[in-house]
Ligand binder design. Structure first.
Ligand SMILES: [Zn+2]
Length: 89
């Protein structure tokens, strides 16, 4: 998910995900032996996702030489961001 936009409930860009990880823990295991040839193992796991994102105010001002504009201008130009920012970038 790194590089993915972090979107709020109004589908506005809030930031960019720069890293994430997943950690899974077994919280319950039940083994049932029905006979010598059949054994049923039921496992319940809990999975936790941890992500780190940068707020848009830290990236919108970045001037890209390759694009010839700021990230904010690029997103607007390519219709990836319908600007309702209160801050000028
Ligand atoms: Zn904006």
């Amino acid at each position: 998910m790194s590089g993915t936009c972090l979107i709020d409930e109004g589908y506005q860009i809030r930031g960019v995900v720069i890293g994430n990880s997943k950690d899974e823990v077994n919280v319950f295991t039940k083994t049932t032996v029905e006979d010598e040839e059949k054994k049923v193992i039921v496992m319940t796991n809990e999975t936790m996702y941890i992500g780190l994102a940068i707020d848009k105010t830290k990236i919108f001002n970045i001037q890209s030489e390759k694009m010839g504009m700021t990230i904010h201008e690029y997103l607007i130009k390519n219709k990836l961001h319908k600007c309702s920012c209160n801050t000028k970038f």
